[in-house]
Design a protein around this ligand. Structure first.
Ligand code: TXA
Ligand code: MG
Length: 344
């Protein structure tokens, strides 16, 4: 299959393919999604096949407006209207309990709930409107690889396997949406996956308690966000997180060991490491916003086999605001491993 790159003026063609059951990847403000008609179980099944995704990991249903959600949902949480008004379109996925059989089991992973999101991207909102159906959209990467933040990343993983990708340039945010569980109307909302819409922001806007599912998911139990249990975002090269104060020691370690090290960091650390590192992926600024935006692209770039790196060292940020989501994704790609500085 030839995978076509669609541009803004070809949305109608891409929408027709989706409606007919073909797979077309689409841009969002977070990462690229692998689109399929959510109402055609055979099309959705193919999404699992081309990604190599475990079948029990449910998908997000992408809509162009809140109205589209109503036909599926049984019972809305009392905060729904306020949340949708304030945060949609945007990087916030909402879990609701759904009407029986309103969505195919392949979409929901056989749960009685489903995830919905209205992405903040004009091209994709237009694509959904023109397709006339909601679209499932897991991140458009091969399962276990970093999520794609450009159309080129999508083509790298999906070329020959899907009908096309709608090219909307590099994504704005770079980490996947916050997943918020609203399935129990009598309970406070619970964050199942951290993203750009933070607990602080939700609590301030909603003026209510918002919990975080802090439960660490082990292989043997069923997590509340099923996707959180799988090894994610992992390049083949070992990734190590580096505390801000440990870069001098990291430099010394790379120098003495003769390791082929890659570095993902802002200008200051990039400058420090530039002569000893085998490859540097420099973020344009030393902020968590830029780090989140560039993390997956950096991991993909430095994981290229021809670089033959032994290790990838990555800048870390405090776990507040967007830093929670950034450190969550980085922690997964690093298997929670840190560069360990020796005590003096
Ligand atoms: O930003 C995003 O959310 C991107 C873009 C493309 O929209 N999509 C994305 O999809 O990250 P995916 O499939 O990679 O992640 C969906 C997450 C998974 O962790 C999944 O387990 C969880 O949402 N999820 C889906 N349905 C659920 C449900 N009914 N209950 C709990 N978690 C659910
Ligand atoms: Mg994903």
């Amino acid at each position: 299959m030839d995978t076509k790159r669609y541009h803004e003026d070809e949305i109608t063609e891409a929408a027709q393919l989706l409606q007919a059951g073909e797979l077309v990847a689409f841009p969002t403000e977070t990462v690229y999604g692998l689109g399929a008609n959510a109402l055609l179980p055979e099309a959705v099944m193919q999404v699992f096949q081309v990604k190599g995704r475990p079948q029990d990991n449910p998908l997000i249903v992408h809509v162009a407006d809140f109205q589209q959600v109503k036909e599926f949902v049984e019972n809305f949480h009392p905060l729904t209207e306020k949340i949708v008004k304030n945060f949609w379109p945007g990087p916030l996925t909402l879990i609701f309990s759904i009407k029986k059989d309103s969505l195919a089991p392949v979409v929901t992973g056989r749960l009685s709930t489903a995830a919905f999101r209205m992405p903040d991207h004009e091209l994709t909102l237009e694509l959904i409107r023109e397709a006339g159906v909601p679209l499932v959209g897991p991140s458009a990467n091969t399962s276990g690889k970093p999520s794609p933040t450009t159309a080129d990343h999508v083509l790298h993983d999906m070329s020959g396997k899907i009908a096309g990708v709608l090219d909307g340039g590099a994504t704005q945010i770079g980490v996947e949406s916050t997943v918020l569980d609203l399935s129990d109307p009598s309970q406070p909302p619970v964050i199942l996956r951290p993203g750009a819409i933070t607990q602080e922001t939700l609590m301030a806007v909603l003026e209510t308690t918002v919990e975080v599912d802090g439960h660490l998911v082990s292989e043997s139990e069923t997590p509340r966000a099923p996707g959180m249990k799988y090894k994610h975002y992992a390049p083949d090269t070992q990734v190590l997180m580096v505390h801000p104060q440990d870069w001098e020691q990291a430099l010394q370690w790379v120098t003495e060991s003769g390791m082929r090290a890659g570095v993902i960091a802002g200008p200051e650390i990039a400058e420090l490491m530039r002569y000893q590192a085998a490859a540097v992926f420099m973020l344009p600024q030393d902020t968590v916003t830029q780090a989140a935006k560039g993390l997956f692209a950096g991991l993909r770039a430095l994981d290229e086999p021809q670089l033959a790196l032994d290790v990838i060292l990555v800048e870390t940020f405090p776990e507040t605001g967007l830093g929670v989501a950034y450190m969550n994704r980085l922690g997964k790609s690093a298997g929670k491993r840190w560069f360990e500085a020796k005590a003096d």
